[in-house]
Design a protein around this ligand. Structure first.
Ligand SMILES: NC(=O)c1ccc[n+]([C@@H]2O[C@H](COP(=O)([O-])OP(=O)(O)OC[C@H]3O[C@@H](n4cnc5c(N)ncnc54)[C@H](O)[C@@H]3O)[C@@H](O)[C@H]2O)c1
Length: 378
């Protein structure tokens, strides 16, 4: 049998997301029936020693410490951006100019202006582009989307409530890492975790029309990573709460915080429509709660759907019914769809345009919190 054509990937950044992405590049063609194979061609980082170690551990063929040479390399078809937020725009724009397909981690950019430039670059180059909002492809979330589109909770949505809560920076001695410096990260809880539940709101409910936000930085100085005796200024938000309105009239009520002790990576969502409700909890990610108001009155109640049947999105590629999946599979599902799109030269959601819309919502919340006013999105 003739072997499939293979696409070469160049991955920039190799720590948390680099590990998740390496696994997904390797597994996607193994579990999904894709028209092409994937070659883990080049892994790129700043230090030769750590990039060499990561290459061995994650199974990459070549290493580099210069992302510019990776995005220019003719052996690379796909550029995968897993670096901190301040380098997404520069790498993506250069990759687009070299005609590469691009998968970029979220948030797309540091701000709206950079995101606009990235959208312009991929449109001009006509390259396949995607932002890695992997939570869209949790089977339970994809099923929620399908059920909403099928009218399972009615033709009107009243509420989208979402919470993304963590606790990893509650200790005041925790150092001033890049995620706490606006120059590198843009924003704090906003771009790091609010961006994910904004994306899910846009995916499941629709475009956001206006917002009213509240942001706080609880601990304003922290030890410098290289010199713990010195303190540096925290220049991002620790937590954000906001309400808003979708264009279709639904109300939004969201919270993102890294100060919820006991909450590690807690994502909860509830959507209430005119005929029913859906609820999701990431800590029980193989389940989707569904309330159907059309059920006989005596039997109404939330049912818990175990989203592992072959009829459910993505699950047929994995295991027999009831054999649950986890965090890493959200990336594999995402990458399988991306690879399929690259192989067939089709658009795939969420695109950089979605990343730009997300940045606009983040900026509007920021502006609202600072001005203590409602802000409309255009
Ligand atoms: N999709 C998700 O759920 C999710 C989860 C975590 C992080 N992220 C996003 O992924 C990105 C990376 O986050 P992370 O947690 O993996 O960060 P990290 O700090 O763990 O890793 C960053 C990596 O980038 C490398 N790097 C930095 N500058 C570089 C440069 N100029 N050239 C080459 N390599 C460079 C570092 O060496 C490191 O390997 C961020 O944008 C973050 O917001 C997304």
């Amino acid at each position: 049998m003739a072997s499939k054509k293979s696409l070469g990937v160049g991955m920039i950044g190799h720590n948390f997301m680099g590990k998740a992405h390496s696994n997904a590049w390797r597994q996607a063609p193994r579990f999904f029936d894709l028209p092409v194979d994937i070659r883990l061609d080049t892994i790129c980082g700043r230090s030769p020693a750590s990039v060499a170690k990561a290459a061995t551990q994650f199974g990459w063929q070549n290493t580099s410490t210069d992302w510019r040479s990776v995005v220019a390399d003719p052996a690379i078809d796909i550029v995968d951006i897993c670096t901190p937020n301040d380098s997404h725009a520069e790498i993506a724009i250069a990759a687009a100019a070299h005609g590469k397909a691009i998968l970029c981690e979220k948030p797309l950019a540091l701000n709206v202006e950079q995101a606009r430039q990235m959208v312009a670059a991929v449109k001009k180059a006509r390259v396949v582009n995607m932002v890695c909002h992997n939570y869209r492809r949790i089977p339970a979330i994809a099923l929620a989307k399908r059920m909403i589109d099928d009218g399972a909770i009615g033709n009107r949505i009243y509420h989208y409530r979402a919470r993304y809560a963590q606790d990893w920076i509650t200790d005041p001695t925790f150092p001033l890492v890049w995620r706490l410096q606006s120059k590198i990260s843009g924003t704090g809880a906003q771009g790091d975790i609010d961006a994910h539940i904004i994306d899910l709101g846009r995916y499941l409910v629709g475009e956001i029309k206006e917002v009213c936000g509240l942001m706080e930085t609880f601990i304003r100085e922290r030890p410098l990573p290289g010199d713990p005796k010195k303190l540096g200024k925290v220049t991002v938000d620790d937590a954000v709460s906001w309400i808003g309105r979708f264009k279709n009239g639904a109300l939004a009520n969201l919270e993102a915080t890294r100060f919820a002790l006991g909450r590690k990576n807690h994502i909860t969502i509830e959507i209430n429509g005119s005929k029913g409700s859906l609820a999701f909890n990431f800590e029980d990610m193989n389940r989707l709660e569904y309330y159907n108001n059309d059920d006989p009155a005596a039997r109404r109640g939330f049912r818990s759907i175990l989203v592992t049947e072959p009829v459910h999105p993505y699950t047929g590629a994995w295991w027999p019914p009831g054999h649950i999946i986890g965090y890493e599979h959200t990336f594999v599902n995402t990458f399988a769809d991306f690879i399929q799109a690259v192989a067939t030269n089709k658009s795939i959601h969420p695109t950089f345009e979605d990343g730009l819309q997300n940045e606009k919502v983040l900026a509007a919340i920021n502006q609202s919190a600072k001005s203590r006013q409602w802000v409309k999105l255009n």
